[in-house]
Design a protein around this ligand. Structure first.
Ligand code: BG6
Length: 820
């Protein structure tokens, strides 16, 4: 029995994942397979793409709902003006209704401003352009579109126009540039009151987001399905209107003879689809914080590009059913995406932008990723093992978008200035921006010379000195459109032509969500890596691909809830008080370290502001390691470039040994932060090939270095610890500190190995602007109790000698040490 198109039209929306649970990876593949079957059934009978109705001239009513919004102002009116200009002599007539929620007296002037801003392409003369703009203005009108009555009025108005002018109606085009929650309601109003009669077409254009996961997309699709037929809906993915993206399939078809043999796992090293942006998301946070980069860019734009690059080539590229069928086949072969196929990040300022725009308190944490890199694989012999990397983010170092197919290259060239055959072999679909500035398709010259894909495209042979993805532009065959056109203008002309290939069908949409939903669920409570933004990101977001998994390349940053700001106010209590007449901060260990880090950073920023430099002296031992870790974690916001790091004390062992304080500081801190090496001041414990010998005058040398670099030898911040025996720095009980006289650095003796030490003296310590004494762990409780009772006793408790002359002392004691 033949299957009718009507039957099929309703089916996909009723396909449900197994009841009682979400969609997981295997459901995803099963679901797409069912979609595939349905599409295959519906395609029987070879319905051709371009509808004849589109060609029938007549009157066209364009209704933009949300006509004074940002998108309309920026792209839509310009796109419709271009449509009007292109259609001026086609026999069609137009009227443009700009709809909005405001009454006409408010909306009209805003619409007028938007209409005034439209412009003509270069080939139209100024006079002609003025005439066209004037006509366009006269054919456009604002109207309030809020209630059902408003839509009924609109329908009446259109009918009247048709009657008065004696025109036949070609169709009605509604462009819904409004938030998605309003779609179903508007669709219902259109359905009940604005459908054209007498065989004219109805097209309703929708902007993403089309749901935020599989179920919500399915629900929205089914609500819309109650009012609109599938062929009446045009879901926009503006990437499909980008000139380069729309030529991916034609390029693959035109160059089949070269590409067929190499478009497979034996030749392709990997595929990268990348959209890097430099802007943040301020102003869009109420939307963005709900969606994040995966839903905003990867699920739609990058996924569409991926399917175009990997799908089986259709016999007829303009058959939307065949293209859809082939796309769905790719979706069904994509391996499920799990947590280890993704890394996520969030730019540092995002948190406070969210707090501000969403009116949240300071401890509010958002896990929304603003950066993501995802590794996909296709489970087909042709692409087996080929990594497909999809990546996008805000606040990155450059604005660029491209898809690159990088081929394997087994050449080894010995000569330094080697020939083209040793360079990367790649095809780049360059969407725009970046160094190249124009959209282009680039084929490295060591692959093949591609055919020109379209008469509207030209070869570029004269190049400025620019390189694209590691290869000089002159090493590519480059083709680019003769005229650059906005994606929206392209798509508007496709909607008018009834060409559905450039839009997202319901099946396509659900197949994509069925791929992304399990990953999004598995990432829901993951902490994104925090990145500073722009060039400061350095290598922080570099990723490593290993088999099916992806991970950040640098191991430095592991974000925990505490570091993100905690999840409840209780986690975050920091107590302030007094200890031995000095200020004390107390908290659980993590919060304490966080607070100390913040205090150091504030001191650093203040010092750099005042004197352009920050002098910090750090102790050795295990207590500061947690602090080092925290400093590394947020290293990008700390003024390391202007910081000098000094040693509070050192053990008399070579710096290369594990016991060396410098060694530990280097491993846990210095190597992870961007500090100039000449700002680092290790203690010279090894001179003349021997360790801490009095005559080598190492202590004096360090003192001179200190006096040379540090104004008045007053360090800005000295971080000290306390030993179980009450020692601080390497000033131990029983050592004769009075013998240090005026010196700032001295050789000292420790009761435990290694016995010999070099240490700052109290003279140096007490000259500092700020001194922090960090005490952590239950093991120190006894000592803290004693210290809280004893008077100053340098001999027994050297730490009691820490009394800054003019600076401040703060004790940082964690609850374990304080309360036991
Ligand atoms: C939009 C996203 O769909 O695409 C934006 O909502 C993103 O967040 C934009 O900036 C990127 O598109 P383009 O054309 O500017 O690369």
């Amino acid at each position: 029995m033949p299957v009718s198109r009507d039957w099929y039209r309703k089916r996909p929306l009723t396909v449900q994942p197994p009841p009682g649970r979400g969609l997981d990876g295997s459901d995803q593949r099963m679901f797409v397979t069912v979609l595939l079957l349905l599409v295959a059934l519906s395609a029987r009978g070879g319905h051709s793409e371009e509808t004849e109705e589109a060609q029938r001239p007549g009157h066209v009513s364009v209704i933009i709902v949300g006509a004074t919004g940002d998108l309309a102002k920026k792209y839509l009116w310009q796109g419709f003006f271009q449509l009007y200009v292109n259609q001026v002599s086609s026999g069609n007539t137009f009227f443009f209704h700009g709809g909005g929620l405001s009454p006409a007296d408010k909306g009209t002037p805003v619409l007028f401003e938007a209409l005034k801003a439209v412009s003509c392409s270069k080939d139209v003369s100024q006079e002609r352009c003025a005439v066209l703009k004037d006509q366009f203005l006269r054919l456009s009108q604002y109207r309030q579109l809020k209630t059902l009555e408003d839509y009924q009025e609109l329908a009446k108005h259109i009918e009247q126009q048709l009657q008065e002018e004696g025109m036949t109606e070609a169709g009605r085009l509604f462009y819904l540039s409004v938030p998605a929650f309003a779609y179903a309601d508007i669709a219902e109003k259109i359905n009940s009151s604005c459908r054209p009669t007498s065989g004219a077409w109805l097209r309703v254009v929708l902007e993403k987001p089309f749901g935020h996961d599989f179920r919500s997309a399915q629900l929205l699709a089914s609500h819309l399905g109650n009012s609109l037929k599938d062929e009446e809906m045009y879901r926009i993915d503006h990437y499909l209107g980008k000139q380069v993206v729309s030529k991916i399939l034609p390029f693959r078809i035109e160059n089949r003879e070269f590409l067929d043999p190499i478009w497979n796992k034996h030749y392709i090293e990997r595929i990268e689809i990348v959209v890097k942006e430099t802007l943040d998301v301020t102003g869009r946070i109420p939307f963005y914080d709900q969606y994040g980069v995966i839903r905003d860019v990867l699920q739609n734009h990058l996924t569409e590009v991926m399917t175009l690059l990997t799908m089986k080539l259709p016999k007829n590229v303009s058959s939307s059913e065949e293209v859809l069928q082939n796309k769905l086949e790719i979706f069904s072969s994509l391996l499920p995406l799990a947590k280890n196929q993704a890394v996520i990040g969030q730019y540092q300022a995002y948190k406070s932008e969210v707090q501000q725009e969403l009116n949240k308190t300071k401890d509010h944490v958002s896990l929304t990723p603003t950066f993501a890199a995802v590794l996909a694989h296709i489970d087909e012999t042709q692409y087996e093992g080929v990594p497909i990397l999809l990546t996008s983010g805000k606040m990155l170092d450059e604005r660029v978008g491209y898809a690159r197919i990088l081929f394997k290259n087994d050449m080894f060239c010995l000569q330094r200035h080697n020939g083209i055959h040793c360079k990367p072999k790649q095809i780049v679909f360059y969407f725009g921006h970046g160094d190249l500035q124009y959209p282009a398709i680039l084929v490295s010259k060591n692959l093949f010379k591609p055919a020109l894909i379209d008469s509207d495209w030209k070869e570029v042979t004269e190049h400025t000195d620019v390189s694209v993805l590691g290869l000089s532009i002159s090493d590519y065959y480059v083709q680019t459109p003769t005229e650059q056109r906005e994606a929206y203008a392209e798509l508007i002309s496709h909607i008018f032509a009834g060409c559905k290939n450039s839009f997202i069908s319901t099946e396509n949409l659900l197949a994509s969500w069925s791929l992304w939903t399990p990953l999004l669920s598995s990432l829901a409570s993951s902490f994104p890596r925090i990145y500073p933004g722009g060039v400061d990101n350095g290598g922080l977001l570099d990723v490593r691909l290993k088999g099916r998994d992806i991970s950040y390349n640098s191991e430095v940053v592991i974000i925990t809830p505490d570091q993100m700001g905690g999840t409840s106010a209780n986690d975050f209590q920091v107590m302030q008080g007094k200890f031995r007449s000095a200020d004390m901060v107390s908290a659980w260990a993590e919060e304490l370290v966080e607070r100390l880090a913040v205090d150091i950073q504030e001191a650093a920023e203040a010092a750099v502001r005042e004197s352009g430099v920050f002098h910090l002296a750090l102790s050795g031992g295990s207590t500061p390691l947690a602090l080092f870790h925290r400093l590394v974690l947020h290293h990008f916001s700390f003024p390391w470039r202007d910081t000098h790091v000094w040693m509070v004390d050192e053990r008399c062992v070579p710096l290369t040994e594990l016991e060396s304080n410098f060694h530990s500081m280097h491993d846990h801190l210095l190597q992870h932060v961007r500090i100039p090496y000449y700002n680092i001041h290790p203690m010279p414990v090894q001179l003349n090939q021997r360790l801490c010998v009095e005559e080598d005058r190492g202590a004096l040398q360090y003192e001179k270095e200190l006096s040379k670099w540090v104004n008045g030898s007053s360090l800005h911040f000295v971080l000290l610890g306390v030993g179980y025996d009450g020692h601080t720095a390497s000033l131990f009980p029983g050592s004769k500190v009075s013998e240090h006289g005026e010196s700032l650095v001295a050789l000292t003796e420790s009761p435990i190995k290694p016995h010999q030490r070099m240490s700052l003296t109290f003279n140096a310590i007490n000259r500092a602007h700020r001194v922090a004494l960090l005490v952590m762990g239950k093991g120190k409780h006894e000592l803290i109790t004693q210290l809280s009772r004893v008077k100053d006793n340098l001999d027994k408790y050297p730490v009691t000698g820490v009394k800054p002359d003019h600076g401040t002392l703060v004790w940082y004691i964690d609850y374990d040490a304080l309360l036991g």
